[in-house]
Design a protein around this ligand. Structure first.
Ligand code: KG4
Ligand code: ZN
Length: 343
């Protein structure tokens, strides 16, 4: 296949979404995501159930991605898969599948760091896509991570600051759980918050370093706040749900925006991106748009479908690695813990 006609299949199976995507020269041809409903009733992801569901989903999801791209597997130039971080049992499904397929087709295998991929989703080429120039700052906000990262080059990143305890996605999900909402609660808090008053209740912000985050104290505050009020009025949550959600979301977004301002001040970099599942949040998206107007930043907000876990981000990262001929050895194994700075 000529180098001007590169098709990369991306496979993502790090947590509870099985996803496959095909990228042609940086453009997405297909991006199939199979969500695993099975976890909702347990209030969180059950690793053993997740890996079983990946086993069931992976073949149909990959077949659908290839079919929807209008190609056959013989057209593929390389296979990119999530090596980590994530749940080991889940990662192993994607890793083994990717290895076998690449071996069978005799094409390069590309190992992808999931957290780098969230960031590099900004390099997907689409109509009206705004691609950030180097260096830029990315606030990576997901279910497992909260980091401020300086992106010097595609595969050269520096962590400026991160959470010392919970990730921001966990703060959303755990708060939602306290309110009796199902997992994952982040999108529900976002939905209810849109009808509520963000100033109805106040929660204090954590006192940590300028570029550090902490969310475990906020979670405890919310727990005590809810327990105290429910004791006085058993219908407190029901009566105030939208205002509670709006107030929690407001507190979290205020923290994120404050940290971004600190990062801009410390680095002088005004190109600001967000990435990861929480970047789907409507309020953070609004606030970043306003930052362009008010503070002269240029902000990069991923398309909604590339915020939560998806294989298009794995495929674009695979494409960028393929261009550098940075292929994986077939002896490579999945890695549950992998820093964003490790390739
Ligand atoms: O990146 P992601 O799909 O998976 C990880 O790599 O962790 O992120 C999932 C996280 C969950 O905590 C989920 O509640 C949160 O992203 N999330 C949101 C929204 N959509 C997803 N949080 C707030 N508002 C949303 N709209
Ligand atoms: Zn993720």
């Amino acid at each position: 296949m000529s180098t001007s006609n590169i098709y990369i299949l991306g496979i993502e199976s790090s947590c509870d979404d099985t996803s496959a995507a095909v990228i042609h020269n940086g453009k997405v041809l297909s991006n199939i995501v199979a969500n695993q409903e099975v976890h909702a009733k347990y209030g969180g992801v059950v690793p053993e159930l997740a890996s079983r569901a990946h086993q069931q989903n992976i073949v149909p999801v990959v077949q659908q991605a290839i079919a929807q791209a209008g190609i056959t597997k013989e057209d593929l130039s390389g296979i990119a898969f999530t090596r980590g971080p994530g749940l080991m049992g889940s990662l192993l499904v994607g890793t083994s599948f990717a290895k076998s397929l690449a071996l069978g087709l005799n094409i390069p295998l590309l190992d992808i760091n999931h957290m780098q991929a969230h960031i590099l989703a900004h390099f997907i080429e689409e109509e009206n896509s705004k691609i950030p120039p180097f260096p830029f700052i990315c606030l990576t906000i997901s279910g497992g991570h909260t980091q401020l990262i300086k992106i010097i080059d595609h595969f050269n990143m520096e962590i400026l600051g991160e959470t010392i305890d919970d990730a921001v996605g966990e703060a959303f999900d755990k708060s939602a759980k306290i309110l009796g909402l199902p997992y994952p609660g982040g999108p529900l808090i976002d939905k209810y918050a849109q009808q509520g008053n963000p100033k109805a209740f106040t929660f204090t912000q954590p006192k940590v370093g300028d570029l550090e985050f902490s969310f475990s104290g906020l979670k405890t505050q919310i727990l005590y706040f809810v327990q105290k009020n429910v004791k006085a009025d058993p219908d407190f949550i029901e009566k105030n749900l939208v205002d509670i959600c709006a107030s929690i979301q407001h507190t979290i977004i205020e923290i994120l925006v404050k940290k971004l301002k600190n990062a801009v001040k410390e680095t002088g970099i005004k190109h600001i991106a967000i990435a990861g599942g929480v970047s789907a949040n409507s309020e953070i998206r609004k606030r970043l748009l306003l930052a362009e107007k008010h503070w002269g930043w240029t902000t990069y907000i991923p398309k909604f479908q590339y915020t939560t876990d998806n294989a298009a981000m794995i495929a674009i990262t695979g494409y960028l690695k393929y261009l550098k001929q940075n292929y994986a050895d077939f002896s490579i194994s999945a890695k549950a813990r992998l820093k964003v700075t490790e390739s």
